[in-house]
Design a protein around this ligand. Sequence first.
Ligand SMILES: O=C(CO)[C@@H](O)[C@@H](O)COP(=O)(O)O
Length: 232
Amino acid sequence: MESLKQAVWEANMELPQYGLVTFTWGNVSGIDRASGLVAIKPSGVPYAELRPEHIVIVDLQGNPVEDGLRPSSDTPTHVALYRAFEGIGGIVHTHSPWATSWAQAGRGIPALGTTHGDYFHGEIPCTRPMTEAEILGAYELETGNVIIETFRERGIDPNRVPAALVYSHAPFCWGKDAHNAVHNAVVVEEVAKMGLHTFQLNPEAGPMDRQLLDRHYLRKHGANAYYGQSQG
Ligand SMILES: O=C(CO)[C@@H](O)[C@@H](O)COP(=O)(O)O
C-alpha cells in the first residue's frame, strides 16, 4: 500500500502544479485492483501540507481500513465509479474553472477538434440534474450513480471517454491510474477552454467529422498504443 499511497500523493500534488485546484477544491484517488483497496486524499488538507502518509486507505465501500485522517468527502463517488467502471485505476475531482463552467451550464463538451479526439472518443457528457431526493440523501454516492447512469443510458464507454461533468457541480475524470487521471483532467480543462472560445467565435460550430475523430482517437489509443509514453 505504501507505493499506492506515494503514487496517489504525487498525483494529488500535480493538481496545484497544473493549476487545476483552488484551495482544497479537489482530490485524487487510485485503486489496487488486486486487494480492492483505494488510496485517496484526506478531506480538507491544504496541498502545501499534504504528505504521503496523510493519504487514506479505504475499501470499495469507502470505509477506512486503518487509523488516520478522514477520507475526502467525495470518497463515496470515487468508490461507486471504481465499482462500476472496472477498467479504471485512478480518479480526479476538481473545480477547474473552464470545465466547471460547462458543468454549471449543463452542457457536455462536444468533440470539436483533434485535441479532444486524441483523448476522448466523443462528447464529454454532462449528467442530468440530481433530484431533490438524491441531493438530500446519500449525495456523494448519488453523484457517482448519476455519472454511471449517464454512461450506461447513452452507451458511452468510460474507457474511451474518461471524464464526466456533473450538472451544476464540476468534472470527475479518470484513467488507468492516478497520474493518468490527472493527465486527462488537464486535457478536459484545455478542451473546455477551447470549446468555449470556439462557440464564441462560431456559435454554429458542431462536432468534428466522425472519421477525423476516429482517426485521431484510434491512432493514439489503438491496440499498439503504449500507455505511459510522453502523453504530450
Ligand atoms: O466538490 C467539493 C465541494 O463542492 C469537494 O470535492 C471539495 O471541496 C474537496 O473536498 P474534500 O476536501 O476532498 O473533502
